[in-house]
Design a protein around this ligand. Sequence first.
Ligand code: ZN
Length: 337
Amino acid sequence: MVSYMKIKTGWKGIVLLLAVLLLLAGCGNSTNESKVVEGKVNVVTSFYPLYEFAKEIGGEDAHVINLLPAGVEPHDWTPRSQEILNTSKAQLFLYNGAGLEGWMDSFLNGLGSDSQVKTVEVSQGISLITSEEEEEHQHQHGAENEGHHDEDGHEHGETDHDHGHIDPHTWVSPKSAMIMAENIKNSYVEVDPAHREQYEARYEQLHARLQELDSKFTNELSKTSRKEIVVSHQSFGYLCRDYGLTQHSIMGLTPEAEPKAQDLINLSKLVKEQGIQYIFFEELVSDKLVNTLASEAGVKTLVLNPVEGLTKQQEQAGDNYFTLMEKNLQNLVLALQ
Ligand code: ZN
């Protein structure tokens, strides 16, 4: 009886806690953080890495708003009308492009013709990887089984189709991140030429850190004996291209593109043949398939983060693009030694 009472109070406590958390989350959406301000360049970014770079380069001259909340995977997010309205009042809207944001066309149309916001596709200037190119390096390949396997039958077939042919994960390589940082800097200078020097100076600092990260990746990955990685969703194409690795993915370019049983059997065979010791998983995507494959093949798992967003814990721990990429490098070196 006593323990029954304890359990009951426990549940009440949890329900109360949940209610408070929900209230807090509700308030979070209407804080000043997410509203445009006077006297600064207002920048809206579509997902985390752009937010971080825009904050670094914008410094005190900018107010940067990220559309995606922590813990959300950018492939399956859609904006609400409030966010479109808010963006239309900003000076700068930065998005990755290359097919990452499947919602982008309707979002840009929604901004309206009277909006002054300058919209910039930050991946411009990067030599993009098409899936034809990746095919040679790809084991599993969802986009190849062309056509009509949209089980979900939604209207954005065209966008998904394009998405299947271009790899959008440019930022996962420090080499393309440098181009992205430069594009962000140039957009700031264009909308706020009065602070050109400040933007240039902060950009130089960010660029130097990216360059240092790039040298670390080049040096350490050139020394590993293995070059093959098995990952959950196909998001390391640029990293592999720039640092001499080959990725084999369980899922396709988006985490929703699920594999067939035969693909898993083939991957398991590959893991055994190549003597691969670790399979990589990521925090924002279910690790079910990775665990299935790892236990089937008798190998261990490690995190490889495509830095598509921070989890709440990572946000609280002060993680950022650099800390996550450093961890990626450590894990790659461990797996490939
Ligand atoms: Zn992705």
